[in-house]
Design a protein around this ligand. Structure first.
Ligand code: DGL
Length: 267
C-alpha cells in the first residue's frame, strides 16, 4: 500500500516539516491540514488544544492517511495521547526527535506559551541528557506575526531580540526551534545570534524517523521539489495561506478550504 502522510498544524508552520520531508524523500503522497481558523494554538488552554487535536486527527483519519505527522509542537506537547487514540495509524511527533538531536549541555528552547507551560521539552531533553541545563522561552508574538506575513519586519526583529536575550545571557550553546513556525525565522535568528550557537530544527529528526515508513531517502533538490502528490487544505483564508506558503515552498500551491465542525463554529 502506498503510504499517505497526514500533516497538521495551526497554519503555515507545518510546511517547514513538509518541506524537509519532500527534500529527503522526493515526491510523497500527503494531506496537509492548516487549521487557520483557529491559529494560534499556542495561546489556548490545554483542554482546548486537546479537543482541537482530536478533531483534526479524526479528519485526517477520514481522509485515509496511513501515518500522522504532528507538524505542530503545541499539540505534540499537550495532546500526543489524544492524537494516538484518534489516529488508528502510527503517529510521528517532533519533541522526542528534537531531544535526540541535542549535543551540548546548555540548551535553549523557543516555543509557544502552551508548549513551554507543558514542560514537555524539558522532560524529554532531561530524560535523554541528564544534567543538561534547559532554558525555555515562550514566544507568544511570533506565530501571529508570521501568519500575517511579517517575517522581515522591524517589529519581529525587536520581539526576537527580547526573546533571545535571557538565553544569550545564560550562554546557551544550542537553541531548539520548538514551534514549527520558527524555522521561517532562521535568517533573522542567525543574524541575532553568535555563530557558535547551533539552531536545532526538530523536523530534520522527523524526516529520519520517516525512513521507516517511506523507505530509503531519495534526496530531492529544492528546484526539483514538487507538490504534485500533496493536497493542502485549510480551515480559513485559502488565498492568504497559498501566498505565505509560496515563499517557503518555492511556488504557489493549490489550497482547498475545508470545514471542520468546531473550527467553523469559531472555537
Ligand atoms: N506551529 C505550531 C507549533 O509548532 C503551532 C503554533 C501556534 O499556533 O501557536 O507549536
Amino acid at each position: 500500500m502506498t503510504p499517505v502522510l497526514g500533516f497538521f498544524d495551526s497554519g503555515v508552520g507545518g510546511l517547514t516539516v513538509l518541506r524537509r520531508v519532500l527534500e529527503r524523500h522526493g515526491p510523497v503522497r500527503c494531506i496537509y491540514l492548516g487549521d487557520t481558523a483557529r491559529v494560534p494554538y499556542g495561546s489556548r488552554s490545554a483542554p482546548e488544544i486537546r479537543l482541537i487535536a482530536a478533531e483534526v486527527v479524526g479528519w485526517l483519519r477520514q481522509q485515509g492517511v496511513t501515518t500522522v505527522v504532528m507538524a505542530c509542537n503545541t499539540t505534540n506537547a499537550l495532546a500526543r495521547d489524544v492524537a494516538e487514540g484518534q489516529a488508528g495509524v502510527p503517529v510521528i511527533g517532533l519533541i522526542g526527535a528534537a531531544a535526540a538531536m541535542v549535543r551540548e549541555q546548555r540548551v535553549g528552547v523557543l516555543a509557544t506559551p502552551a508548549t513551554v507551560e507543558s514542560g514537555a521539552y524539558r522532560a524529554s531533553i532531561e530524560a535523554l541528557h541528564p544534567g543538561c541545563l534547559v532554558l525555555e522561552r515562550a514566544c507568544p508574538d511570533f506565530v501571529p506575526l508570521i501568519e500575517q506575513g511579517l517575517i522581515a519586519s522591524d517589529q519581529i526583529r525587536r520581539v526576537a531580540a527580547a526573546y533571545l536575550e535571557p538565553l544569550l545571557a545564560s550562554s546557551v550553546e544550542e537553541i531548539i526551534l520548538g514551534c514549527t513556525h520558527y524555522p521561517l525565522l532562521v535568517p533573522l535568528l542567525r543574524d541575532l545570534l553568535p555563530p557558535s550557537v547551533r539552531l536545532i530544527d526538530p523536523a530534520l529528526g522527523v524526516t529520519q524517523q520517516l525512513d521507516a515508513v517511506l523507505g530509503k531517502p531519495q534526496p530531492c533538490s529544492e528546484s526539483a521539489m514538487h507538490l504534485d502528490h500533496c493536497r493542502l487544505c485549510v480551515t480559513a483564508d485559502a488565498e492568504g495561506f497559498a501566498e505565505r506558503a509560496a515563499s517557503w515552498l518555492g511556488k504557489r500551491p493549490a489550497v482547498r478550504l475545508v470545514h471542520l465542525r468546531s473550527s467553523s463554529e469559531g472555537h
